[in-house]
Write a protein that binds this ligand. Structure first.
Ligand code: NAD
Length: 447
């Protein structure tokens, strides 16, 4: 990766999670001096010894380079890490039991406002609820602080976060002031070296750009899942349909892939957040709440289809637990929703495998094994639930000796259908046109 190295700001990033650590490492790569602080001591200790707390392509290299160049350091004391920082970026978590909370953001902002020297610029990177920045700004004003509060949401995708950070479509800067372009300067300085339009806007607009973007992507996915039902019912080819629709530049092909529905820490939470805000403000929102409902229903629909309404003495192997390929993140993973939906239909045994996931926090009930063939051994049906490219290279001849009913259900369109079919598997796919007529099934009765 090229060393951009033209920014020269000094910034403290609070939170060394998926967002904070990527932000810290990338800002250091851009040439800034970055202190990254987290209250999780073991996490900071392992980062200091070069061990990443989660899997993200290119991140380890970037962190090591930043540390070696003396531009990236790790800390546990917020006060020490913020001393003489020009800007402080807040990237702490906002999820509490599946609901958005500003508890951690507020705690951090209040700690910053109580410092003997309050940092001149506080930049919120965590996702804000619409209206949340005005409240934080009110807290800062009530404390008599002269600090400038910004909202700089991020739009990176887990599994591609470093590349997305370095080549964003836009940099959004929400702020209180009218003199936008001048006032955005502290944020602009940090991103020097990145060629992307910068959008200085008011707080509410920035908040709605963030949640609005994610809600739109979620809507596309929910729509694709619905369209796939029409497509299968009429015997169409979903891949060709997606291409045909996606080539329209007003629509685009991305996020039109049908599957198990959207997951992860962003999309489901933000669709729910927008629904909640609409209800609180008594706004007439039809689309966003429907998207949330459609997404929840998708796992049940697919579970029905997998089991084909058979009675359920079925043993199922789930391949893929991460909410998408390229990450080990299982938060709000559709694979877990599917497991729950299968369990509600009292499937006899579920075993799972994922290339990166070995344990799932708070889910001791999911039996994860370290090898796909071991996971498949003794199963009746194999379900591919995450689009890991490795699942396109499975050895179906070996699988054939392990899977008693020789059935595979491909919810992600990655299985090598020809190889699986010639090994004797009956392949059903949520995404692809079945290779032979025998696997085509009218799903209209299964919904
Ligand atoms: N994960 C993503 O891809 C993604 C994408 C867009 C936006 N976001 C948003 O970014 C924010 C952060 O998400 P994440 O996935 O990085 O969360 P995370 O849980 O991975 O990381 C949060 C980190 O903040 C630390 N922390 C919490 N309170 C702290 C405090 N008082 N002082 C110091 N450290 C503290 C935690 O120990 C943890 O390491 C959320 O608002 C999320 O919605 C995430």
């Amino acid at each position: 990766m090229d060393d951009h190295g033209s920014a020269t700001g000094s910034v403290t990033v609070i939170g060394a999670g998926y967002v904070g650590l990527v932000t810290a490492a990338c800002l250091a790569r851009l040439g800034n001096t970055v202190r990254c602080v987290d209250q999780n001591r073991p996490r900071i200790a392992s980062l200091r010894s070069g061990k990443m707390p989660f899997s993200e392509p290119d991140l380890a290299e970037l962190v090591m380079d930043g540390v070696a160049a003396g531009r990236l350091t790790f800390h546990t004391s917020l006060a020490a890490a913020c001393r003489r920082a020009e800007s402080v970026m807040v990237a702490v978590g906002t999820d509490e039991g599946g609901r958005w909370t500003d508890r951690h953001i507020r705690a951090v902002v209040e700690s910053l406002l109580a410092l003997p020297a309050v940092p001149p610029n506080i930049i919120i990177r965590s996702t804000m609820r619409p209206g949340g920045m005005a409240i934080l700004n009110g807290i800062a004003s009530a404390a008599g602080s002269q600090t400038h509060l910004y909202y700089n949401p991020e739009f990176t995708r887990e599994g591609n976060a470093v590349a997305d950070f370095m080549a964003p479509d836009r940099i959004v800067v929400g702020m209180a002031l009218g003199a936008a372009s001048v006032a955005a300067e502290p944020v602009r300085r940090l991103y020097k070296g990145i060629a992307a339009p910068m959008l200085p806007v008011d707080y509410a607009t920035a908040e709605l750009i963030k949640v609005g973007s994610n809600a739109f992507l979620a809507t596309k996915i929910a729509f694709a899942n619905e369209l796939a039902q029409f497509c299968r019912s009429f015997g169409g080819d979903m891949e060709a349909l997606r291409r045909g629709i996606g080539l329209d530049h007003r629509i685009g092909p991305e996020f039109l892939q049908p599957g198990l529905g959207f997951g992860g820490s962003c999309l489901p939470g933000q669709v729910d957040l927008l629904t909640e805000v609409a209800s609180e403000r008594q706004l007439t929102a039809h689309v966003v709440p429907a998207v949330a409902r459609a997404n929840r229903a998708q796992a049940h629909r697919v579970a029905e289809e997998i089991l084909e309404r058979q009675d359920s003495a079925v043993r199922v192997t789930i391949l893929g637990l991460a909410f998408k390929a390229g990450t080990d993140d299982t938060r709000e993973s559709p694979a877990l929703r599917l497991i729950d939906a299968l369990k509600q239909r009292s499937v006899r045994r579920i075993r799972a495998y994922d290339p990166l996931v070995r344990v799932i926090p708070d889910r001791p009930d999911v039996h994860v094994v370290a090898d796909p063939y071991q996971a498949a051994s003794g199963a009746d049906i194999v379900v591919v639930a995450t689009e890991w490219p490795a699942f396109g290279r499975l050895d179906w001849t070996s699988m054939a000796g392990l899977v008693s009913r020789r059935e595979v259900y491909d919810a992600r369109g990655v299985v090598d259908v020809a190889a699986a079919t010639s090994a004797g598997f009956r392949v059903r796919s949520l995404v692809r046109q079945p290779a032979d007529g025998a696997v085509a099934k009218d799903t209209s009765s299964a919904a």
